[in-house]
Design a protein around this ligand. Structure first.
Ligand SMILES: [Zn+2]
Length: 440
């Protein structure tokens, strides 16, 4: 009897007690996209390369744990946000305050296929997510060229759970089901339980998970290494995560919304660069909840085709669903709000146009070049915010100026051409473009 079979029997008969760990590489059955362009997931045998203990969710790059609930109580404690390594202390504190439950995958060994299979749906999500994160990790590290702790440091993927208001008030303050998120204070990815959603669950949708992974990449480049953390954390996290100030109370709601829109848009285009689909919701959008949202985030749809920065700053007043985008506040006094994903689509579309809608070009050159400008962008945010009495200061042209500098010269004209049509009111602030391709 092969070793795997002994261990498999041991798992199912003895419920894992006292059994040797199932170490990788190991073959399992998981839900995977059939081709990167099709929205078609099927069950097939895949090899998990980085598993160190399959029955316990352990791996070399990440552990998958059950029901991790982080709290941000520690934000009231002494964290030095000037410290570029502040995430380490946040992470330590957040995880110390947080709690997790056991991950109890129900696995069976199939000797005919020589693989482990899930005995229930949660275990299938677990195996599929493990495989998805291994691929996403490789994408950011090898294809995109990330060299930060985003791909060098081990992390946690929580199956279920999320952020709770505080240890004393353990109310879940982020989505509880049918979603996925990255929680930067605890450096935790949370995959939400599949409940009502139709189509491919977001929990195993590679594009959605790659979008979330980008938030970790963005964190390390912009906030951690670039030094913007100090200015961002005061504005964003207390309001959103710790249940403290609401975003409307922020010192600079406009900069906050621009910051979020840019982060979301880049997360979409980097995810799209991996999967080759023009919306991260392809395959998951049968569910009515996602119809409109999916349309907003489809880079080739009518919405993205017609979208301009001016439409978002003036608010779209037609009677289509587009007016749900809201309005970007013009200054600190303006209390309007924008759906940050609409701004994100605009940012993503410019990058997509820069690659001339060519995925090969997007993946091999455009995105690696955009990645490299994120750290200097973080430095710009830190400098500008410091000059502005420590309030978060961020405008879209700051991103595009850095991208212009970071792009190969032959890519700049396409980039500027897209910006000229979509960001005309701030185009003159994008100095390289204004010189290369002046407004008519
Ligand atoms: Zn996001």
């Amino acid at each position: 009897m092969p070793n795997h079979a002994v261990r498999g029997m041991c798992l199912s008969v003895l419920l894992g007690a006292g059994c040797a760990p199932i170490v990788g590489p190991v073959d399992v059955e998981a839900a995977v996209p059939q081709s990167l362009l099709a929205a078609d997931y099927r069950l097939e045998t895949v090899r998990l390369e980085t598993v160190t203990e399959l029955g316990a969710g352990r791996g070399t790059h990440f552990d998958i744990v059950g029901y991790f609930n982080i709290t941000n109580d520690f934000l009231q404690a002494n964290i030095d946000f000037d410290d570029k390594d502040a995430q380490s202390s946040m992470k330590r504190e957040s995880r110390a305050y947080g709690s997790s439950g056991p991950l109890a995958p129900r696995l069976r060994y199939n000797p005919v296929a020589d693989r482990y299979e899930a005995e229930d749906f949660d275990t299938l999500v677990y195996l599929s997510a493990f495989h998805a994160f291994e691929n996403i990790w490789r994408y950011y590290e090898d294809t995109i060229g990330d060299g930060t702790r985003a791909t060098r440091e081990k992390t946690i993927v929580s199956l279920y759970g999320g952020a709770v208001a505080s240890a004393q008030v353990p109310i879940t303050i982020t989505a509880t089901h049918d979603n996925a998120e990255y929680l930067p204070t605890g450096d935790v990815f949370a995959i939400k339980r599949v409940e009502e959603q139709e189509g491919i669950p977001l929990a195993v949708n590679w594009a959605v998970l790659a979008h979330e992974f980008f938030h970790r990449v963005f964190f390390h480049h912009v906030q951690s290494e670039g030094g913007a953390l100090k200015y961002v954390i005061d504005v964003i996290w207390p309001g959103e995560v710790a249940g403290g100030r609401s975003p409307g109370d922020n010192d600079n709601p406009r900069a906050y919304q621009v910051y979020r829109g840019v982060n979301e848009g880049l997360a979409d285009i980097f995810a799209i660069g991996m999967t080759g689909r023009t919306s991260i919701f392809v395959g998951s959008d049968q569910d009515p909840t996602f119809h409109l949202h999916s349309r907003y985030r489809d880079l080739t749809g009518d919405f993205a085709d017609e979208l301009t920065y001016e439409a978002l700053t003036n608010a779209i007043e037609d009677d289509t669903g587009r007016k749900k985008c809201g309005k970007l506040p013009v200054d600190d006094e303006d209390e309007s709000f924008i759906n940050v994903y609409c701004l994100g689509t605009l940012v993503a579309r410019v990058i997509y146009d820069t690659a001339d809608k060519d995925f090969e070009l997007l993946q091999s050159r455009v995105l690696p070049q955009v990645l490299k400008v994120l750290r200097p962008l973080g430095e710009d945010i830190a400098v500008r915010s410091e000059e502005d009495e420590g309030r978060l200061s961020f405008e879209v042209p700051m991103l595009f100026n850095r991208v212009f500098d970071g792009l190969d010269p032959d890519l700049r004209e396409g980039f500027c051409d897209s910006l000229r049509g979509r960001f005309s009111s701030v185009y003159s602030d994008i100095v390289g473009c204004a010189a290369l391709l002046p407004l008519p």
